[in-house]
Design a protein around this ligand. Sequence first.
Ligand code: NAP
Length: 353
Amino acid sequence: MSETKANQIVLAARPEGKPRLADFRLEETAIPTPGPRQVLLRVEYLSLDPYMRGRMDDRESYAPPNPLGAVMPGEAVATVVSSRHPACSAGDTVSAHTGWRTHAVLDGANLRKVDPAIAPVTTALGVLGMPGFTAYSGLHAIGKPAPGETVVVAAASGPVGSLVGQLAGIAGARAVGIAGGSEKCAYVKDELGFDVAVDHRSPEFAAKLAAVCPDGIDVYFENVGGAVWQAVLPLLNKFARVPVSGLIAQYNAIGPSKGVDHLPATMRAILSKSLTLRGFINYDFASEYYHAFLREVGAGIANGRIRYREDFVDGLEKAPEAFIGMLEGRNFGKLIVRVNEDLTHESDNKEKK
Ligand SMILES: NC(=O)c1ccc[n+]([C@@H]2O[C@H](COP(=O)([O-])OP(=O)(O)OC[C@H]3O[C@@H](n4cnc5c(N)ncnc54)[C@H](OP(=O)(O)O)[C@@H]3O)[C@@H](O)[C@H]2O)c1
């Protein structure tokens, strides 16, 4: 990477349905100069996350849309190149909302130091970062699994779903994972230790899910919506809890659904089964759960009880293609872009722990 020029990827156009490569634009800029209390960061690893799809649309959500022409939002692990903030020194490793770029200047107060002695620094973007905290907080604050109960989660090989199932197992519950394809299902069951995994791409998916949930479902951690939710709904037990974390099956949808109106049946089930459905954004629970999350999940990683998988892509310019692929399930584990070219010698693309 040249240290005189920086690169960034901006939102070039708002997608109609599935994003296309032309919706992104790679731009070259000068490396910015930090002002008072600011630091200059060199991005090492950039996290790609499903929420970024929502920021590409011009519609109301829990966060404002990304303006056209603005750098795509995102969190990264970065190295402090130079600092004008007392809390940071050159050489520190931090996590920060840099966006999709090679270099960023940010207020030093908005950085979180990452200690490489605790775990590999990339875990700050996955199992020990925002996705991991989403799993931990949603499951404990809303799902509340009890020993012997059945917990179901989809996108089960990804950073949120993989931790939900493992934490459910630690709580003494039976963990059922839903994933796309036999390879991901084998990983979820054999490597992550879920009790069972079901392939949502199977034509018999709904019947297979019912067969592996003979006692119904007590907690459904909702990551995808769509057809998976329709298969889960009839299996929910009385007083089941549904933390609604994400709806990735719907992120590329255009306009209102033209299919069957499922709302009346859904409302009837909510009423008749006394269901709890609660949406949440991970930071809703930060004050209550964040320290316990770092302590418990950090310990689980250190002792090998909690496992995770990372899927690396090399080069900032590959971020759009990788992001589009994630929305279709082409990632296998936490999707991370190695932005700094010096890191690309870490050639094993799919790394497991
Ligand atoms: N509420 C919050 O604060 C919060 C924070 C972080 C993430 N989330 C949400 O959590 C969910 C998982 O995020 P993640 O970062 O862990 O992503 P991820 O699992 O790494 O990637 C997304 C996965 O979703 C699955 N998927 C895509 N379309 C699907 C469909 N139509 N039906 C079933 N599965 C589908 C794919 O896996 P398969 O190949 O297995 O289908 C894909 O790999 C997302 O909905 C995200 O928006 C919420």
